[in-house]
Design a protein around this ligand. Structure first.
Ligand SMILES: Cc1cc2nc3c(=O)[nH]c(=O)nc-3n(C[C@H](O)[C@H](O)[C@H](O)COP(=O)(O)O)c2cc1C
Length: 370
């Protein structure tokens, strides 16, 4: 069966340098917490493999933490360091490649979002640019310059390992109020040195991370950078309130070596600024000239944050408005979260116009790695 006429653009190939994808559908990074002691096992490999077998062009793994004692917020989140965890990841890569798919890890440090009580055996305190939680509570001392350098090196090491064990690129998690975003956001970055100050000053940590990652992986290895305006404590927050500010914010990140921007929003159809229909991915593509990934409630009728706030499920909806935007070239790739978590064959069903077989998303889907 061929794709329905409307969905066909989602299944056109994409190429950017060395990254060649069989479809425009990207699996969004989703924490699953199925990696005891930080080691992803065969169940994790099978989970990703099933998506690769079913028309997902690129898989972005769940956030996987860099080598720093306070990098994780929760237990059973996969590590991206240590022989055992990296062997587990190498097996994930092998399985996805055998199925003809492509995969990048999302490398992550949660900053002050670390939940200390979940690690009673550890004395690693949360860290952040100014030691502030997202609600502005002091939880630790501001990072020293030396600590910042070692964190930058931690991201670079993770990226070097991603390349060494065969991943197709790397995504740096700069979104959702975690460490890199805590540098971006004025509420959590009160520094007066070169890592703080105005919006451009607050990009400096990310710029150093991207540059160090680029040096570690060489010129050809794809670097995806995920960012969001919204924060978990404030969905209306804006790092950049205007297109001009967004341009100032993105220019240093782009120059530092990002190949593809992943623009995290909760609803892909929402205009980012007044006076234009463009969403965040649309603006980012226009301002940087780089390919972008859109995301947010693709194929579903409610946003993912309602899942965490209210345990809410979601029903399936059509993709016409999304495909129209893709065809107009507003963005290049489309990340899908819950719909793909729910059903490994979601993309194939769309491709083969079997939409009557789609099942509604229910929060119970979080309970297993199907
Ligand atoms: C269970 C779950 C875990 C998530 N974990 C991550 C994560 O590790 N990193 C990240 O950047 N976003 C994470 N997200 C956000 C998703 O990547 C995505 O942006 C969001 O679910 C919106 O897409 P959707 O509406 O298609 O679900 C998570 C979302 C869900 C539902």
């Amino acid at each position: 069966m061929s794709a329905s006429r409307n969905a066909a653009p989602l299944f056109e190939p994409f190429a950017q340098g060395k990254l060649e994808l069989g479809s425009r559908i990207v699996m969004a990074p989703m924490t699953r917490g199925f990696s005891p002691n930080g080691v992803p096992g065969p169940n994790v490999a099978g989970y990703y493999r099933r998506r690769a077998e079913n028309n997902v062009g690129l898989i972005i793994t769940e956030g996987t933490v860099i080598n720093h004692p306070a990098a994780a917020a929760d237990r059973d989140v996969p590590h991206f360091y240590g022989e055992e965890a990296l062997e587990g990841w190498a097996n994930v890569v092998r399985e996805v490649h055998e199925a003809g798919g492509k995969i990048v890890p999302q490398i992550w440090h949660v900053g002050t979002a670390r939940e200390r009580e979940k690690f009673p055996e550890s004395d690693a305190a949360p860290i952040g640019p100014s030691g502030l939680s997202l609600t502005g509570q002091p939880v630790s001392e501001p990072l020293t310059t030396e600590e910042i350098r070692s964190l930058v090196a931690g991201y670079a090491q993770a990226a070097a390992d991603a390349k060494r064990i065969g991943f197709d690129g790397v995504e740096i998690h700069g979104a959702h109020g975690y460490l890199i975003d805590q540098f971006f956001w004025e509420n959590t970055n009160k520094r007066t040195d070169e890592y703080g100050g105005d919006l451009v000053g607050r990009t400096r940590f990310a710029v150093e991370v991207i540059e160090a990652v680029r040096t570690a992986v060489g010129p050809e290895f794809p670097i995806i950078f995920r960012f969001s305006q919204w924060k978990p404590v404030d969905y209306n927050a804006k790092l950049a309130p205007t297109p001009e500010a967004l341009e100032q914010f993105l220019a240093p990140l782009s120059a530092a070596g990002v190949d593809i921007f992943h623009c995290s929003t909760r609803r892909f159809w929402e205009p980012e600024f007044e006076g234009s229909e463009l969403n965040l991915a649309g603006w980012t593509k226009k301002l940087t000239g780089k390919p972008t990934i859109t995301v947010g409630s693709v194929g579903l009728d409610s946003e993912f944050t309602s899942l965490f706030a209210e345990g809410k499920g979601a029903d399936n909806v059509g993709l016409d408005a999304l495909v129209e935007r893709l065809e107009r070239g507003e963005f290049d790739l489309v990340a899908v979260g819950r719909a793909l978590l729910n059903d490994p064959a979601w993309a194939r069903k769309i491709h083969e116009d079997r939409t009557d077989e789609l099942k509604a998303f229910a929060r119970e889907a979080l309970g297993s790695l199907s």
